[in-house]
Write a protein that binds this ligand. Structure first.
Ligand code: GRF
Length: 202
């Protein structure tokens, strides 16, 4: 299976996928990353892709006349690599109708909180501020909401009294990277069905 990964930052989730595939081989893993896209340049996530010799593309909202045009351009740039599965790994933009029309049902996101709790761009900070005792990460299919699509898998992380946002996020990311590698591999190898809110992996 062909994967396109979308990033906006450090790309450690991307790196976890790259390392897993390099370790077991794309045949055994069931997928290979064919390109990495971003909404901004100059980020470590793109540098990781380039070091891995992968094609990259950047679609910046401000280069387009409207959000819709950006969304269509992102869909085009992604489609050019003919992905079977698109993975948002820290991609910090909400995609629109065009992107979902083309990749809905095969577009996976990872979120650093236990959805439906703490959706949005500050899930780690919000869980901490709320005084939650556990949080975690969620890998889900993307639908037309914000972090509302069918959940595939979740991992739990305890919140410690001494935690600040970055310490907690780092601890979440340790679980998140393993969860994403495991889920993407299973989706690619086994195939899956989405039945309402449920995801059935064969
Ligand atoms: C991840 O925790 C992701 O869930 C969140 O931002 C982080 C991205 O980390 N949206 P990285 O860029 O993969 O290191």
């Amino acid at each position: 299976k062909r994967l396109v990964v979308l990033v906006s930052g450090s790309g450690t989730n991307l790196q976890a996928l790259l390392d897993a595939i390099a370790t077991v081989g794309s045949e055994a893993y069931g997928a290979e990353i064919v390109a990495v896209g971003a909404d901004r340049d100059g980020i470590e996530g793109l540098a990781r892709a380039e070091r891995a010799g992968l094609p990259t593309f950047v679609c910046k909202v401000r280069d387009h006349g409207s959000r819709e045009e950006w969304d269509a351009a992102l869909a085009e740039a992604t489609a050019a690599h003919e992905p079977d599965l698109v993975v948002s790994a820290g991609f910090m933009k909400i995609v629109g109708k065009e992107f979902l029309a083309r990749f809905g049902g095969r577009f996976v996101n990872t979120h650093p909180a236990l959805l439906p709790s703490f959706p949005g761009a500050h899930g780690v900070r919000d869980a901490l501020a709320y005084g939650a005792r556990v949080t975690g990460c969620t890998v889900h299919f993307v639908d037309d909401g914000v972090d509302t699509g069918p959940i595939i898998a979740q991992g739990v992380v305890e919140i410690r009294d001494e935690d600040d946002e970055s310490a907690l996020h780092e601890r979440i990311k340790e679980v998140e990277r393993r969860l994403l590698v495991e889920v993407v591999g299973r989706l690619a190898r086994n195939g899956y069905r989405i039945e309402g809110r449920k995801v059935v992996i064969q």
